[in-house]
Write a protein that binds this ligand. Structure first.
Ligand code: CFM
Ligand code: HCA
Length: 536
């Protein structure tokens, strides 16, 4: 199924220095076993290369804090940054018992719209005025202010503006110094957002969260409604979801997240900082989960139940699994007939290229090339490499938050879990709790893992591996369409979703089966093969 790739040949057209750099970002799964060879990741993209990465502001505002529905999030900067990060990510939100529709701001775009004169004379006054207007018109519970590149360059003091506004209005005003140029990708922005959420929001609530087993879902952003499907299943088994971070989440709930018994971590890359800090400060253990793929969902549900060890819960888990499986199996089997034996190239941000391998496998497909835009070495190689690397390149820009156990709240993890210390130690030792395995062990033998792939490499790899499907973002989607290759926009799901759990697997299977069986791809003549076009 895989091809014998010669990395030197692949990179041969590149200049020497670039070739040397890029060769460290490509690793092949060794069929004879063994651990993952070291892969270079989370380092600066070679200038001039067309990367698929985004910036720190995108990671902080667009990814982590933007989806908090009852916080009014202001982009302090040019309108283009605000517009780009607004509405395209499909992080859905709806009203609930804590948040009425008029307090949901995720469908709106707030920006100071910095102009040339503001850059010359400073934008602090403009920002302060905008906060006053926003409070007067919308009466939000809390405000976020996210910085873009020019703000750091001209030196606007966001901290001072936020502090003064907080005193004027009596609501939390939280600022994020997530200037786009910080770090090497959106990953730095995740870290900056995590630090502020931990320091300023989590733990500030005093409400009890009702429920025998209270879970938080970290690193789940409700793209296309993913979170709602996970919540449906967990609710039917008998869990209470305290809050997500941050899909369809609310400031009003995030404040009380420290009351949960267990944190589930779906996207490890964007939220591991909070998972680790909550464990230190409140004694809440975390469990790495995956709700993408039928078998992965089943394993995840069983592991959560095993953490609590309650026989009723275990029985209800099995009952829900059995019922959901029976409902989706016929449709999955139909799609499998179309998809069996097909291959895919999966290239997305920092976690989905791993997670979706499980779902594709349920459909009889195999990923032959997989990569991340901005993941770190642990996302590829596994948790054991974490202590040897810095969490974010250029981390001098991102102050580490030193979190001490909170004596009021801290209980050893096994008490939060309602289990004995022996049971906790046993689960931790068996690798269930607080553990994280990277992409490499789940790759197909001979498969290729690539970090921060660029347009040139993507086109070459498509040419060599001839996959039947490619996962892309918006920047590479149409390039591959022109090559006659169906793509699935796996960031936004191309207007579809949810793709999580059992029902989500069916929606995904149908979307992919339709995509791969449409005759359109055979009718495409790439521009460079059309006569008289000159190849443009
Ligand atoms: Fe996590 Fe995400 Fe991803 Fe990510 Fe993203 Fe996203 Fe993504 Mo786009 S938080 S790392 S920074 S799973 S926005 S919901 S799809 S690149 S693979
Ligand atoms: C981001 C958000 C993004 C972009 C996806 C894309 C998303 O990184 O700024 O390039 O199409 O999921 O919306 O990853």
């Amino acid at each position: 199924m895989t091809t014998d790739l010669n990395v030197d040949e692949l990179l041969a057209p590149l200049p020497d220095k670039v070739r040397k750099n890029r060769s460290k970002h490509i690793v092949k799964k060794d069929p004879s076993g063994g651990s993952c060879p070291q892969i270079e990741a989370n380092t600066r993209t070679v200038p001039g290369i067309i990367t698929q990465r985004g910036c720190s502001y995108a990671g902080c505002k667009g990814v982590v804090v933007g989806p908090i529905k009852d916080m009014l999030t202001i982009t302090h900067g040019p309108i283009g940054c605000a517009y780009y990060s607004w509405g395209t990510r499909r992080n859905k939100a709806r009203a609930d018992e804590r948040t009425p529709p008029e307090q949901i701001y995720t469908a709106m775009c707030f920006s100071t719209d910095m102009q040339e004169s503001d850059i010359v004379f400073g934008g602090e006054k403009k920002l302060a005025k905008m906060i006053d207007e926003a409070v007067e018109i919308f009466h939000p519970r809390a405000i976020n202010i996210c910085a873009t590149c020019p703000i750091g360059l001209i030196g606007d003091d966001l901290s001072a503006v936020a502090k003064a506004a907080q005193e004027r209005h009596g609501i939390p005003v939280i600022h994020y110094n997530c200037e786009g140029y910080k770090g090497v990708s959106q990953s730095a922005g995740h870290h900056i957002a995590n630090n502020q959420i931990m320091e300023r929001i989590i733990g500030t609530g005093t409400e009890k969260v009702d429920g025998k087993y209270v879970l938080n879902i970290l690193g789940e952003y409700n793209i296309g409604g993913d979170t709602w499907e996970i919540e449906r299943i967990l609710g039917e088994i008998g869990y209470t979801v305290g809050s997500t971070l941050t899909g369809d989440s609310a400031y009003a709930k995030i404040k009380n997240m420290h009351r949960a018994h267990l944190n589930l971590v779906q996207c490890h890359r964007s939220i591991n900082y909070i998972a680790e800090m909550m464990e230190t400060k409140y004694g809440i253990p975390w469990l790495k989960v995956n709700f993408i793929g039928i078998d992965a969902t089943i394993d995840t549900l069983r592991e959560i139940a095993r953490c609590f060890g309650d026989e009723d819960l275990i029985a209800r888990t099995e009952h829900v699994i059995e019922r959901e499986l029976a409902a989706v199996t016929p449709e999955i089997e139909r799609c499998r007939k179309v998809l069996k034996g097909r291959t895919a190239f999966a290239f997305v941000g920092g976690s989905r290229s791993h997670h979706y391998q499980f779902l594709l496998r349920n459909l009889g497909m195999e990923v032959v090339v997989a990569g991340y835009e901005f993941a770190h070495r642990d996302d590829y190689e596994g948790r054991e490499v974490i202590p040897t690397i810095k969490s974010d390149a250029d981390s001098k820009n991102i102050p580490e938050l030193h979190v001490e156990p909170d004596p009021e709240e801290y209980r050893p993890p096994h008490l939060h879990l309602k289990m004995s210390k022996e049971k906790y130690d046993e689960l931790a030792a068996s690798g269930i709790l607080n553990d994280y395995k990277g992409m490499y062990p789940d790759m197909v033998d001979g498969g290729i893992m690539i970090d921060d792939a660029n347009h040139f490499e993507t086109e070459e790899l498509v040419e060599i591996f001839k996959p039947d499907l490619i996962f892309t973002g918006i920047k590479d989607k149409y390039v591959t369409h022109k090559m006659g290759l169906p793509s699935k926009q796996i960031h936004s799901y191309d207007y579809s979703g949810p793709y999580t759990c059992f029902r989500g697997a069916v929606t995904f299977a149908k979307d992919v089966a339709h995509s791969l069986s449409t005759p359109a791809w055979k009718m495409i003549t790439p521009p460079w093969e059309q006569s008289g076009t000159g190849g443009d």
